[in-house]
Design a protein around this ligand. Structure first.
Ligand code: SAH
Ligand code: SF4
Ligand code: F3S
Length: 454
């Protein structure tokens, strides 16, 4: 290694878990004396933290890697790392495909980055994909935001949805202890963070693997208990969580969200399909009627709560009628936001081997029709904010208009208003909503004078 500090870059693909993993890996690299650089082509150490949820996500990384592999021919001391879900899925095969790689490491190994790099700097090519018990990270993550933060509560997933690669690449469920989660949140509160998002692929599974929490087959400590345990952490004003699974979602959780003032009025509960036969083929373990009952209960107890979800169109064998059941569910419920995707066959998943795959034309046609409906219904849902006063936590500039700042309502609607970021960042501002769009709002701030002295 040269004597000037080596520079690193991390490019992150995929979901919130990967973002959280990247922040922890960046913390480890900072701790090792590396310096962050924005441009991946100027870095001495490059980490691609990858996603393989759909084929297009996986393919992206190969094109990025090609460029870095070429760069390494001129710069042999370049260290190339592939982390995350493609690394876990491909393992050794990735090393053979791109022999310039120094380190291929699965998501469970993120906290071990320093040990793995020590091995690399000793001259080895390293593949770390064996399942392990995830160790608590002792270095501080390098977080992208100073206002909002991710906190993992449970790693992995024990479900076996027939389309999904996550259990293969993230391993079995591993809950962190309530004490470790609360301690991380307390530290965030001391550092001035205002909002925490608790993360798990299936957050309702939280606790079921913790020792001593099961008695007579009943889980004695679950995610709702965790919310009660962490809800009053000083400094943290907002608590969010994702992702909820309809199979395990409880009324007690809704009541906790209603009763705990810091827990935000937003639920993210993917339904995937509005058709019972498709749900069965997906091995989701619930019916569309059960899903509707959950939403009814939320609307009864928290009428104004925002509801978002994920859905897949063009699952193998999905008929036009079955797809229309998804449209019907979306039309009936009226989501504030819906992440939609065309089904993508994934290696190592059951549905990828079925013969009743649909054509790309059918899938993209259905995706367009669903997206159109989502936009229409979300625009209607947005209407309720017009003229209202909403609390917005200011995070950043509006990337499209630097005279405006950007934040979110408690219900997670993106909101813009005119203001000075230096003064407002991290502040909770009361904003009168003057313009509504399908997925965002614009308003005028109230109470700014008080904020200055606050
Ligand atoms: N744990 C969450 C979702 C994790 S993956 C849950 O159970 O809901 C995020 C989203 O990607 C999923 O909700 C699903 O809508 C989508 N997805 C997963 N596998 C997919 C595939 N093979 N093709 C298309 N979309 C997929
Ligand atoms: Fe994938 Fe299903 Fe687990 Fe979600 S619950 S991560 S969709 S296997
Ligand atoms: Fe992608 Fe892995 Fe997340 S596959 S969606 S980064 S769990």
């Amino acid at each position: 290694m040269s004597s000037s500090p080596r520079r690193y870059h991390i490019t992150t693909f995929g979901c919130q878990m990967n973002k959280a993993d990247s922040e922890r890996m960046a913390g480890i690299l900072d701790n090792m004396g590396f310096k962050w650089v924005e441009d991946p082509l100027a870095a001495d150490l490059v980490v691609y933290n990858t996603c393989t949820i759909r084929d297009n996500a996986e393919q992206k990384v190969y094109s990025y890697l090609g460029r870095q592999a070429k760069r390494k021919q001129e710069k042999p001391d370049l260290t190339l790392v592939v982390a995350g879900c493609v690394a876990q899925q491909e393992g050794e095969a990735l090393m053979r495909r791109v022999p310039e790689l120094d380190l291929v490491m699965g998501p469970q190994h993120a906290n071990r980055l320093q040990d793995l790099l020590d091995d690399v700097f000793a001259g080895n090519q390293v593949v770390a994909t064996e399942p392990i018990h995830i160790i608590e990270d002792i270095t501080k993550p390098r977080r992208d935001s100073r206002v909002t933060a991710w906190v993992n509560v449970i790693y992995g997933c024990n479900e076996r949805c027939s389309y999904c690669v996550v259990p293969n690449v993230r391993g079995i469920e591993q809950s962190r202890t309530p004490e470790a989660i609360r301690a991380e949140m307390e530290e965030l509160g001391r550092q001035g963070y205002k909002e925490v998002t608790l993360l798990g692929q299936n957050i309702d599974a939280y606790g079921r693997d913790l020792p001593g929490t099961k008695e007579d087959g009943r889980h004695l400590y679950n995610f709702t208990d965790l919310l009660y345990f962490v809800h009053d952490v000083p400094g943290i004003e907002r608590i969010r969580f994702a992702t909820s699974h309809p199979r395990y979602f409880t009324e007690r959780l809704i009541r906790a969200c209603r009763d705990l003032p810091k827990v935000c009025e937003h639920f993210h509960i993917p339904f995937q399909s509005g058709d019972n036969d498709v749900l069965k083929a997906m091995s989701r373990g619930y019916t569309q009627e059960k899903y509707r009952r959950i939403i009814d209960k939320i609307r009864e107890l928290m009428p104004d709560a925002a509801i978002s979800a994920d859905a897949i169109v063009g699952f193998p064998g999905e008929t036009e009628e079955q797809f229309e059941n998804t449209l019907k569910l979306v039309d009936d419920i009226g989501f504030d936001q819906l992440n939609t995707a065309a089904y993508s066959p994934r290696p190592g998943t059951p549905a990828a081997l079925w013969e009743n795959q649909l054509s790309e034309e059918v899938k993209s046609d259905r995706l367009q029709r669903l997206n159109h409906l989502v936009g229409v219904r979300a625009a209607e849902r947005s209407q309720r904010y017009g003229g209202r006063i909403e609390e917005v936590l200011v995070e950043d500039l509006n990337p499209k208009d630097p005279t405006q700042v950007m934040g979110r309502t408690r219900s997670n609607r993106l909101t813009f208003f005119t203001g000075d970021l230096d003064r407002l960042k991290g502040q909770l501002v009361k904003v009168k909503i003057t313009e509504v769009r399908a997925f965002s709002l614009t308003g005028e701030p109230l109470e700014v004078a008080q904020l200055v002295t606050a």
